[in-house]
Write a protein that binds this ligand. Structure first.
Ligand SMILES: Nc1ncnc2c1ncn2[C@@H]1O[C@H](COP(=O)(O)OP(=O)(O)O)[C@@H](O)[C@H]1O
Ligand SMILES: [Mg+2]
Length: 350
């Protein structure tokens, strides 16, 4: 049997570049394990922060060292000159998190090339990345969510008369605390919890520096539960996991500093809550036309027993310690089986 050439595409132009390298390293190891070693030939392809792609020894070197390559002065034209070996790839496994990787842009490129790829296509990736569009889509099928207000950058920056009215409206409709978020980032970048008018004004100003589209949400006292989805038209849900931490919320530092957050798998919740989360997770996955994989994140308000869908991650963190593969391991799918299944789902969909 000729092994299938898998293009493991990692790195990318977002702030989650380093996380992507760590995810790719774990995925590469899984392609070399068990039966995968005979079935697949791994071809790492590294997208530098400036968008230039490398294959072969350079890409393998970044994977092995875990260290990103600096910009060597590549031009826009270099970004359109992909290494010739990419033409030999049979199936792509993109594991590039955040903007320009998880938001449909990369998926559009792979779609145009006409080679099967792991994960969600252009539509679901783009809608899933934009918190405002995602919430609109989830609302259209009646999924429960926190109350929120959509804000445009120009309401914050351009007219000094509009801004106080906007803050008044947020105070009266949502109150404090509230969460202010750029619509299109991830990893909690640019997100702030506001407890007063002063903090709200600063948070809006800061979020506007990241994005033209901003979302303000009612802040709730929440437990954070996550469910992993695997499949295409008939997706399966994993056991539910929980994230706990001591910080104010699950911010960037808590996410990426060792020991600041704990993963509880399975989450200590009732079977009824777990089942409901699995159902909502599958409904959200199908609603956005997701494919292959996604991690669906929820807020559980224990006092009122409410379950609210928070967000979808169409290319979730995929290191050996990440929630997505750990949820599947606890559900009976090992890391090597998981990557094998994802490639098969990519081929099935194409
Ligand atoms: N409405 C909210 N109520 C309470 N906590 C929130 C709310 N929104 C966000 N958070 C906190 O902020 C974190 C990051 O928000 P999230 O919307 O998941 O952004 P990201 O896409 O960057 O992960 C959440 O995991 C949670 O800890
Ligand atoms: Mg999140």
């Amino acid at each position: 049997m000729t092994p299938l050439r898998v293009g493991l595409l990692f790195g990318g132009r977002s702030g989650e570049h380093e996380v992507s390298i760590a995810s790719a390293k774990a995925i590469a190891a899984a392609f070399c394990a068990d039966e995968n070693a005979q079935k697949y030939e791994l071809r790492p392809v590294y997208a530098r922060k400036d968008g230039v792609w490398h294959d072969g020894e350079i890409a393998a070197g970044v994977l092995a060292s875990g260290t990103p390559l600096g910009d060597d002065g590549g031009t826009t034209a270099d970004r359109w000159q992909f290494p010739p070996s990419v033409a030999e790839i049979d199936v792509w496994f993109p594991i590039v998190h955040g903007p320009n990787g998880e938001d449909g842009t990369l998926q559009g490129l792979l779609q145009m090339v006409g080679v099967p790829f792991v994960g969600t296509g252009v539509l679901g990736s783009a809608v899933g990345m934009d918190k405002l569009m995602m919430k609109t889509a989830f609302a259209s099928i009646g999924l429960p969510q926190v109350e929120y207000i959509a804000v445009r950058r120009d309401e914050i920056w351009s007219n000094p008369c509009v801004f106080p009215k906007l803050c008044d409206r947020i105070e009266s409709e949502l109150g404090y605390p509230c969460f202010v978020k750029p619509a299109n980032l991830g990893s909690s970048v640019g997100i702030a919890k506001a407890r007063s008018r002063g903090e709200l004004e600063a948070a809006l100003d800061s979020a506007a520096s990241y994005d033209r589209r901003i979302i303000v949400e009612k802040g709730a006292k929440v437990r954070e539960l996550e469910c992993a989805i695997l499949g295409n038209d008939n997706p399966q849900a994993s056991v539910v996991g929980e994230i706990t931490y001591d910080s104010e919320f699950y911010d960037y530092e808590t996410k990426y500093t060792d020991g600041k957050a704990n993963l509880l798998i399975p989450a200590p919740i009732s079977d009824v809550v777990a089942k409901r989360i699995q159902e909502l997770a599958i409904a959200g996955f199908l609603c956005l036309d997701c494919a292959g994989l996604a991690r669906m994140d929820f807020f559980y308000l224990e006092e009122t027993d409410e379950i609210l869908i928070n967000e979808v991650n169409t290319l979730p963190g995929f290191t050996a310690l990440s929630m997505y593969p750990q949820l599947w391991a606890a559900t009976g799918v090992s890391f090597p089986q998981l990557v094998d299944r994802l490639v098969q789902l990519a081929l099935e969909r194409s």
